[in-house]
Design a protein around this ligand. Structure first.
Ligand code: PEP
Ligand code: MG
Length: 566
């Protein structure tokens, strides 16, 4: 059979080869048989299926808690709650009354709630995936469907699926799974983020064509090119295997002339910590703590947060762990908080604006947990504030820092106020960078938001993707200005947006003067390798040439010429 290639969006710059296992959470239902339905029998079948589903979920919860972590296991609690939701139960009952068999009744009862969540923005839409998970589990049990155990797959498996939900990915064992590919999903979908943290080859958003790939086929998952190659040639298999054998540099690296550049990783949940360390990250440069608040019924309390932050510090006892305080709002809603419907959430109440306003209590609790974790002697904690636009906001956040410290002091609780910093993500913060840097120890440039705000091009809007390129002269100048302001005010400065993880840009970023780069763990080895070949004087010259360019094309041309001469 000859080689065939399907294209989608590459989630990780890694490839591997393996044998296809289809993971089908969506069971196909035959048409209902007219006239043979006995409501009492169907009711009983539904009750039995629900019991078994609950047992399965409890088992999977336990397994996930052991293998991945307590936080990840909590998604199963949410599933149990959906399973017991009285509204859904009423929906099933009325569909059975209308003469449907239990499996069809389940499909009908879940349809409206799923649609409602799908109509919502950002991560609220992911609740729809949770509901589908529960629905499909029930349907599978009712029709005796086959259940693929994602946690027990043989080595060298490539998982193909319509989509993978958080509960699915939490079960994947990176030691056994060679990669995965999905019909739906984009670069920022949950499955893609998870793949990047675990350095798992993955291609998402391939489309319906994926369904044509049979189980047991041999495929290459090329997460760099965004390709799934069916029945690959021997040559292609070999080169795919080779990309997983990257050289991990566990020690901190310096440029060829001896300047140390800290290479850290971005994480959002404890399950990512070990994988991150395995890629050789020096520490955590961005802990997106809002992820700790998603997929659950209420906010984690002070003690739970203390444990979570302590775990990160213990994982990196010799490195820095930069925790970002909650960045709620924008594309990151939290179901149990009463967030306002905003006309334009990215320009509304998000990040520090909420922490200084409606979420002041959450902010204080988070700071208490962090200050306690900073005092327990493990690692080096740093805290930074997101989406700051004015020096006044920073002053207000620092006032809260003092209030919280004083309260802990009065309560006789062990605490320490760690290093503090600000994310530079808004044009306001760039122009106020000197006044911000004066008040803190470090700045960290969030190029994902900074690019969207400088170029007025929304993060998820593909129609303006071209504008949203950090290699635009305006964005480069904003970055350069921030770095200068930080250094003039004795603050160190890092970058934690996606731009930091592109090894093609490492020399430019080091040349601009960044002290730290933080990225998806999977890119750490490549960026560390790039740093080691840099000469800082040559990098500074390259950066000043790139800064003089007046169009994006010029910037790209200068970067390419420079890289070609290496
Ligand atoms: C950024 O904006 O660049 C950033 C790192 O934060 P987030 O992607 O979480 O908004
Ligand atoms: Mg941001």
């Amino acid at each position: 059979m000859s080689e065939r290639t399907l294209t989608g969006t590459g989630a990780t710059p890694r490839s591997d080869v393996g044998t296809v296992v289809w993971y089908s959470s969506t069971a196909e239902l035959p048409d209902p048989d007219d006239g043979t339905v006995e409501p009492d029998v169907e009711r009983e079948r539904f009750t039995d299926a629900r019991e078994t589903a609950r047992d399965e979920l409890e088992d999977e919860r336990e397994r996930t808690a052991e293998r991945v972590g307590e936080q990840e296991a909590e998604v199963f609690d949410a599933h149990v709650q959906f399973l017991e939701d009285p509204q859904i139960e009423d929906g099933v009952e009325s569909a059975i009354e209308d003469g449907l068999p239990a499996e069809h009744a389940v499909q009908r009862a879940f349809a409206d709630p799923i649609k409602q969540f799908e109509g919502m923005d950002g991560r609220m839409a992911e609740r729809a995936d949770d509901l589908r998970d529960v629905r499909d589990r029930l349907v599978r049990l009712l029709i005796d469907g086959e259940h693929v155990d994602l946690g027990g797959l043989p080595e060298g498996t490539v998982v193909l699926a319509e989509r993978l939900t958080p509960s699915d990915t939490a079960q994947l064992d990176p030691e056994c799974v060679a990669g995965f590919a999905t019909v739906t999903g984009g670069r920022t979908s949950h499955a893609a983020i998870f793949a990047r943290s675990l350095a798992l080859p993955a291609v998402v958003g391939i489309g319906e064509e994926l369904h044509n790939i049979a189980a047991d086929a041999t495929v290459v998952v090329d997460g760099e090119a965004g390709e799934l190659v069916v029945e690959p040639s021997e040559e292609r298999r070999e080169s795919a295997r080779a990309t997983r054998e990257v050289e991990v540099r566990e020690e901190p690296v310096t440029t060829a002339d001896g300047t140390e550049i800290e290479i850290a990783a971005n994480v959002g949940q404890p399950a990512e910590l070990e994988g991150t360390k395995a890629q050789g990250a020096d520490g955590i440069g961005l802990y997106r703590t809002e992820f700790l608040f998603l997929d659950r019924e209420q906010a984690p309390d002070e003690n739970e947060q203390y444990e979570t932050y302590t775990e990160a510090l213990e994982t990196f006892p010799d490195g820095r762990v930069v925790v970002r305080t909650l960045d709620i709002g924008g594309d990151k809603p939290i179901p149990y908080l009463d967030l306002p419907e905003e006309e334009n959430p990215f320009l509304g109440e998000r990040g520090i604006r909420r922490s200084l306003g409606p979420d002041a209590d959450l902010f204080e609790t988070q700071l208490r947990a962090l200050f306690r974790a900073a005092a327990n002697g493990e690692g080096q904690l740093s805290i930074m504030f997101p989406v700051v636009a004015t020096p006044e906001e920073l002053s207000a956040a620092l006032e809260t820092v003092s209030t919280v410290a004083q309260a802990l002091e009065e309560e006789g609780i062990d605490y320490a106020v760690p290093e503090l910093g600000v994310m530079i993500e808004t044009p306001g913060a760039v122009f106020a960078a000197p006044e911000l840097a004066e008040q803190v120890d470090f700045l960290s440039i969030g190029t994902n938001d900074l690019t969207q705000y400088v170029m007025a091009a929304a993060r998820e809007n593909e129609r303006v993707a071209d504008l949203r390129d950090p290699r635009r002269p305006a964005v480069l100048r904003a970055i350069s200005r921030t770095i200068e302001a930080a250094h003039e005010n004795d603050a160190w400065v890092g970058m934690c947006g996606e731009m930091a993880g592109n090894p093609e840009l490492t020399e430019l970023l080091v040349g601009l003067g960044l002290d730290e780069l933080s990225m998806s763990a999977v890119t750490v080895p490549d960026v560390k390798a790039a740093v080691q070949s840099i000469d800082t004087d040559a990098a500074a010259e390259h950066a000043s040439r790139a800064l003089e360019a007046t169009t994006r094309e010029h910037v790209i041309d200068r970067i390419q010429r420079n890289n070609a001469n290496q």
